[in-house]
Design a protein. Structure first.
Lengths: 327, 499
């Protein structure tokens, strides 16, 4: 009999456990309305997290997605008020986000700057730009711009639809396309990727741009949900996106991770937030609990890898052992 | 009275989650001798040494040091009991100095506990270096030393711990011939002082040169052993692999075709200069030379990994634009790197991912993992005899030889016209070596033009049709198969020129 590899399904198990506990803790948890609420609440973070997942799989990182979303989203509101066109406003948000991605990508790939520092700096820059432009004032009266965050398609909210579409696209990119294979190879062993003929710089560049575009899109949905362009609303979103990615099983050292995993990771955080609110846990305490969870997830990830390493030393015999398991 | 054996291992058994890695292994090591462990990869040599070094606890059996039964709790304990291990991958901190690395973990206390008496550290390091005949400065950073210099340092570090047994795991895999001589002299010196050396190696000439005793392991059991004088190449290899390999090199006569690769006056500043060479279809051409002669650099330039300064390369008469791996790959020039871990495998991904990596870059299909790709990968894995239950096994769970075969499969997914093999059998056991030679021979039969780089001259003499010898970035000698000799090759390799 093949042994079930628990670590592979860790995030699914955590999610299931959490759902069961929550269903017992509060009656109103397991209602369609509440679950749709949770989905809507996690939509923005999840959209950002899909971009982050691709980057982390390639051994990269983008800390600027939160403030980039705030900047792009707020500008999209301003453009909507000026033009009255939903399409132009949406495109403005997405393209602005993409431009930030281009800058990140150029700094990392052309000048070999460390992603951590570049994107941390970009966090400051994007934050500064939108505060400078708006003078720190919120942008109100966004009218129909609300549709991206508050509209719905049948019973399903538009932001959830957007999240799922992006999720499916990310899944296909990572699972099926050559580009996805390149991301895994670069994160797993960049030297080998270069030697195999992969154009590593281009692939990384594209991943930063994707992350930027998704931050722009996320920003549009965010402001639309909040009913205003709030320049300060992006702070901390990158942390949530990173947490969703890591809890979803993406390895911080690169080379491993999936889009469905990230979606699950995002649900874990969303449900955790939801239940903590439902049972009335004080919001400051919520931060501590969330932080603890991510540390546990990372320790779990590392522990399961170390266990595998011990067995690997036996070499060929390990493979024979797996063979026996299968029979 | 001095006991007869320095260390005795009695019936050592070790299991890893149900897999028996060592089964009733008994070994006796005499003081002041070199005891060599041989066996294919996965035979249990490294596991055994890790038991001796306290990294693993044996599940059964006993360890007797100087006639007394003992338990080795961990590597620090092993060190205190006089056992030091010099790993294949050396343990050192590149940014720290020689003295800091030597005294790491046992700094003498200064005026207060927690402070270091640097004067004493310097003094003792100087003495140690002087006594061992090394003229390094104690403050030199480790990163400025060569692999062999660091190795020497590791050895004298072991001696400074009063080690009476030094374990060396393939110490010559990354150093030059000249440095090997230095190492062997040091080993002789250690023997004279009564230190026992446990030596692990795949290289036959080395084994017979320095060993006093040999123990052969296969599948976790001792299958033979005794004084080195009882063995020769063939009997040792036969015992290692458990079958007779009649001929080490499966060289056949292959019809030689048209010139495929022609290199004219190729230069790369600081790497190599004025390289002229040709390779024909079906031909295996060797490049010999010492480490640092520019062989790998030439291979990298031909495969587009490094830029060139001047010169021309023609493929079947067509001039090539070099400098890009992708372009070279599409034209059919492919290089297997000498460093499998660094440039070959993506460890955390499975066999299929690794095998199709380059094919993805070349194929025009929309998605990865097409039926054609999977079928072809399966076929190659079977043809190359990779020991695996399936394509979805992580490559890092395979042995070195099997990993190398998957990397080869990656390249054979493409239609190679010129195949450059840089040390294709480095760190691979005898059985897998033979299989890889056979694959190379098969490729030659298919009309591939093959360039084979190796530091082992017998390997080149066994497998190639012609040989170029490089020294200091230039070709200093050309040999046809009839002229092959170790002496001549060495003469060219150290700078002697063609008459």
């Amino acid at each position: 009999m093949k042994k079930l590899n628990l670590s592979k399904y860790a995030s699914v198990l955590i999610l299931l456990g959490l759902v069961i506990i929550c269903a017992f803790l509060d009656d109103s948890f397991f209602t369609a309305q509440n679950l749709i609420n949770v989905s809507r609440q996690i939509s923005v973070v999840t959209i950002l997290a899909f971009g982050e997942t691709m980057l982390i799989i390639a051994g990269q990182l983008d800390l600027s997605v939160g403030t980039n979303a705030a900047m792009s989203g707020t500008f999209a509101c301003i453009v909507y008020i000026a033009t009255g066109s939903l399409f132009i406003a949406l495109m403005t948000g997405i393209i602005l986000g993409g431009i930030v991605g281009v800058v990140n990508g150029i700094a990392v790939t052309q000048f070999s700057a460390p992603p951590f520092i570049v994107t941390l700096a970009m966090q400051q820059i994007t934050n500064g730009i939108i505060f400078l432009y708006t003078n720190g004032q919120n942008v109100y009266k966004i009218g129909d711009f609300r549709v991206f965050g508050q509209g719905s398609l049948g019973p399903i909210p538009i932001p959830v639809v957007i999240m799922l579409v992006i999720g499916i696209i990310s899944f296909i990119i990572l699972k099926k396309t050559k580009y996805g294979r390149y991301l895994y190879a670069i994160g797993g062993n960049e030297d080998a990727a270069v030697a195999s003929g992969i154009k590593v710089k281009k692939v990384k560049m594209a991943a930063y741009i994707i992350s930027g575009l998704l931050a722009g899109l996320g920003g549009v949905v965010l402001m639309s949900r909040l009913n205003a362009g709030l320049p300060a609303s992006g702070t901390g979103l990158e942390t949530d996106a990173l947490m969703a990615t890591i809890i979803g099983g993406t390895s911080f050292t690169g080379g491993i991770g999936t889009a469905p995993g990230t979606l699950i990771g995002s649900f874990v955080i969303g449900i955790l937030n939801n239940i903590m609110n439902l049972v009335g846990i004080q919001s400051y305490l919520q931060y501590i609990l969330k932080g603890t969870l991510i540390i546990i997830a990372v320790i779990f990830d590392i522990q399961s890898k170390q266990r595998k390493r011990v067995v690997r030393i036996v070499g060929d015999q390990e493979v024979t052992a797996q063979k026996k398991d299968k029979n | 009275m001095q006991p007869q054996y320095k260390i005795e291992l009695r019936n050592i058994t070790k299991d890893f989650s149900g897999v028996r890695a060592l089964n009733n292994v008994s070994i006796k090591i005499r003081p002041g001798t070199v005891h060599t462990l041989v066996g294919e990869n996965g035979a249990g040599k490294s596991t055994l040494m890790k038991v001796l070094n306290g990294i693993y606890k044996p599940d059964g059996g006993s360890i007797i040091i100087d006639g007394k039964e003992t338990v080795i709790k961990n590597p620090i304990d092993a060190r205190e009991q006089g056992i030091a291990m010099i790993f294949q991958e050396l343990n050192y901190i590149p940014e720290l100095s020689i003295e800091e690395n030597i005294f790491m973990g046992k700094f003498p206390n200064g005026k207060m506990k927690g402070l270091v008496n640097w004067r004493e550290v310097r003094q003792r390091t100087k003495e140690l270096l002087k006594n061992e005949g090394l003229n390094y400065e104690p403050q030199t950073k480790i990163k400025n030393l060569s692999v062999s210099e660091i190795q020497m340092l590791e050895i004298i570090k072991a001696i400074s711990f009063n080690a009476s047994v030094v374990i060396m795991d393939e110490p010559t895999s990354a150093i030059t011939t000249k440095e090997v001589e230095l190492l062997f002299r040091k080993i002789e010196d250690m023997k004279k002082r009564g230190i026992s050396v446990v030596y692990i190696s795949h290289k036959m000439d080395e084994i017979f040169r320095i060993s006093d005793d040999i123990t052969v392991l296969r599948d976790g059991e001792v299958v033979g052993g005794g004084p080195a004088s009882d063995y020769d190449d063939n009997s040792l290899i036969a015992q290692m692999v458990g079958r007779e390999i009649s001929n080490l090199y499966p060289k056949e006569t292959v019809p030689i075709g048209e010139t495929v690769l022609e290199v004219k006056d190729l230069c790369s500043e600081g790497m190599f200069e004025h390289i002229d060479m040709t390779v024909k279809a079906g031909e295996i051409v060797g490049i010999s030379g010492l480490v640092g002669a520019g062989r790998t650099e030439l291979a990298r330039a031909l495969s587009g990994a490094d830029p060139i300064t001047s010169g021309e390369v023609f493929l079947s008469g067509k001039k090539l634009k070099l400098g890009n791996i992708g372009t070279a790959m599409r034209e059919g020039i492919i290089m297997l790197s000498e460093d499998r871990r660094k440039y070959g495998i993506v460890g955390c991904r499975d066999i299929l991912d690794n095998a199709t990596l380059s094919d993805n870059c070349v194929s025009k299909e929309l998605f990865a993992g097409s039926k054609r790709q999977v079928e072809k990968a399966k076929e190659l894995i079977k043809k190359l005899n990779v020991k695996t239950p399936g394509l979805s096994v992580k490559i890092e769970n395979l042995s070195g030889g099997n990993q190398q075969k998957v990397v080869l499969a990656k390249w054979l997914m493409l239609d190679a016209k010129v195949l450059i093999l840089d040390e294709p059998t480095r760190g691979i056991d005898v059985g897998a070596k033979y299989e890889i030679y056979k694959i190379i021979e098969d490729l030659a039969k298919l009309g591939c033009a093959i360039i084979m780089i190796s530091s082992e001259i017998p390997e080149l003499m066994g497998m190639t049709d012609r040989m170029y010898v490089m020294c200091k970035g230039r070709i200093t000698g050309k040999l046809n198969r009839e002229e092959f000799s170790q002496e001549l090759t060495m003469k060219y390799a150290v700078g002697g020129t063609n008459k």
